[in-house]
Design a binder for this molecule. Structure first.
Ligand SMILES: [Zn+2]
Length: 335
């Protein structure tokens, strides 16, 4: 048993309280490589932002859960080495699907877990979430639950259709499950193809797809039911068109990739939404930099030659999200 506090990590409780009160959101960036971890920490330190580093089941399968745990421990020490005396770093399990997986993470240094019972019948979702909460809270680990279904694919999580969260269920769900935060469905979606072209309109000038707006009415209803309760948005990459264009220009093929416009995420950050999940944008930033590098330097074969610009490009993207979209810069309790 390794408690996260021994590793210098923090849970989400205090940072969410401050984020809801302060009208900003904490970035939750997925990671599974060294370069992503370095870029996330450099960005968080430079902007003095709290940060959630999250690990999906797919990331555990790819990189090994134990290694990722030690990387998060290393991330805390790295942040201090970069000059941040009191970093606020959460190690979070993204889309835990069983009690056993959540327990394994809690026992091995995670400070926050998500139990995603959103595909289960309502009562079963409550029962599973409560079981995880009862275990997690013994160790002061915070728990994110999900109500409503997002469309799209993220690692092993796939759903054909989305179902908005029903505002009339949120009080009962959060009270009976005891969860610390709630992921809701208001039209965000996993992956780099969040919407089918037929769900979008086209900008007549650029020919680019314009996605349907998020259901802010549903969000505001939920906020009214649960004043001050931390709300989470999954599937919130913006799929920056310049990265997509770079990828396509240098031999890639990502037609009609589309994400959530940043203005809408900025607006959501000012509400009770206090955690915004971003994964695909990091993948795109990394791939765009590597494709460009290989096109310009066909003789390079040392991974450091192409992973360095990839890391730089991801860092730039993380800083942009923190400062220009979520507003979590300068929000550490102590610098
Ligand atoms: Zn998700």
């Amino acid at each position: 048993m390794t408690n996260y506090k021994e590793l210098g990590l923090v849970n989400t409780r205090e940072m969410f309280k401050r984020a809801v009160a302060g009208g900003y959101a904490i970035p939750a960036f997925n990671f599974n490589t060294l370069e992503q971890m370095q870029a996330i920490i450099q960005a968080a330190v430079e902007t003095k932002s709290p940060v959630i580093m999250q690990v999906s089941k797919g990331a555990r399968n790819y990189a090994n859960g134990t290694i990722l745990r030690y990387m998060a421990q290393g991330a805390v020490e790295y942040a201090k080495e970069l000059g941040c005396e009191h970093p606020e770093i959460v190690l979070h399990l993204d889309h835990g699907d069983t009690f056993e997986l959540c327990k394994d993470c809690i026992d091995n240094g995670f400070s926050s877990v998500m139990i995603d019972g959103s595909s289960l019948p309502y009562e079963e979702n409550i029962a599973l979430t409560k079981k995880v909460v009862d275990y997690a809270h013994q160790y002061d680990v915070t728990v994110e639950a999900e109500l409503g279904v997002l469309a799209g694919v993220e690692d092993e999580v796939a759903a054909e259709e989305s179902h908005y969260t029903k505002p009339e269920e949120v009080i009962d769900f959060s009270t009976r499950s005891g969860c610390d935060s709630l992921a809701i469905s208001i039209g965000t979606s996993h992956g780099a193809y969040k919407f089918k072209p037929e769900q979008c309109t086209r900008d007549p000038k650029t020919g680019k797809l314009v996605p349907p707006p998020l259901a802010f009415d549903v969000l505001h209803e939920i906020e009214k039911k649960l004043p001050g309760f931390p709300i989470v948005l999954h599937g919130s990459s913006s799929v920056p068109q310049d990265e997509v264009d770079t990828i396509n220009h240098f031999g890639g093929n990502l037609p009609d990739a589309v994400g959530i416009p940043e203005e809408q995420l900025r607006e959501a950050s000012k509400s009770a939404v206090c955690k915004i999940n971003i994964d695909s944008d990091s993948r795109l930033a990394m791939t765009a930099a590597i494709r460009k590098h290989f096109a310009e330097h066909p003789d390079h074969f040392d991974p450091r030659q192409y992973l360095k610009p990839a890391r730089e490009n991801m860092k730039k993207m993380y800083i942009h999200k923190i400062v220009d979209v979520l507003g979590s810069d300068g929000k550490l309790a102590q610098c």
